[in-house]
Design a protein around this ligand. Sequence first.
Ligand SMILES: C[S@@+](CC[C@H](N)C(=O)[O-])C[C@H]1O[C@@H](n2cnc3c(N)ncnc32)[C@H](O)[C@@H]1O
Length: 242
Amino acid sequence: MSGTGDDEEEPRRRRRSGPVTKGGDARASKQLRTRVKTARGRKHSSQLWLNRQLNDPYVAKARQEGYRSRAAYKLTELDDKFGLIRPGMRVADLGAAPGGWAQVALKRGASHVAGVDLLEMAPIPGAILLQMDFTDPDAPAALKRALGGPADLVLSDLAPWTTGHKATDHLRIVALVEAAAYFAMDVLKPGGGFVAKVFQGGASQDVLDALKSRFEKVRHYKPPASRSESAETFLIAQGFRG
Ligand SMILES: C[S@@+](CC[C@H](N)C(=O)[O-])C[C@H]1O[C@@H](n2cnc3c(N)ncnc32)[C@H](O)[C@@H]1O
């Protein structure tokens, strides 16, 4: 494995769980425009990632506002633009760790979040967080039990581990988007919404066609918090027809 499909984050160094403490806030702002001095033993890519993290205003903001990931701002911006989250919603969160999206969904009024990730997550009040592989045949049923009823919104920020072998990685990305889309079409109530991270060429035409026939609107959008050098963008499907 050489990394995740999410080139926004450096996988081996990122902290996966645990609330961000206030003690980290002052440190974070002081670290703005910091250069990494002790590069010895670090791979060039890791050093670049660390430099970027230390100088990223979204990383500092996440620490200040108590979000577990800078990814929280991607959902915030998507919600501001598309009006996805409403009070009382039941939300599925696929690829949830460390929990930034779940925090945003709950803060914006969701009454219940059911999340799944390969990685362990620290608890979040109001969320049921499952540590399992979403592609495991048992995962959809486990998530449905955790949801406790039809979902209003299915969110997928799933980013598969990549091998460095382009064709294999592409297949993995397409497979995850497809699994997330079919799960959404299985659990959503009429009127519901689906948001998925996709990478360039990441959703197959078949999936797009299925989404377009089952949702009133299907759009793509790259929020400002998504780094311009990242190949990711987001697919937003609204108005599930049932
Ligand atoms: C970009 S991160 C999600 C960040 C999260 N939305 C947040 O705001 O904190 C992508 C996540 O997808 C998870 N993931 C990748 N493949 C998975 C799979 N097959 N099943 C479950 N989780 C998976 C990774 O472990 C990783 O934590």
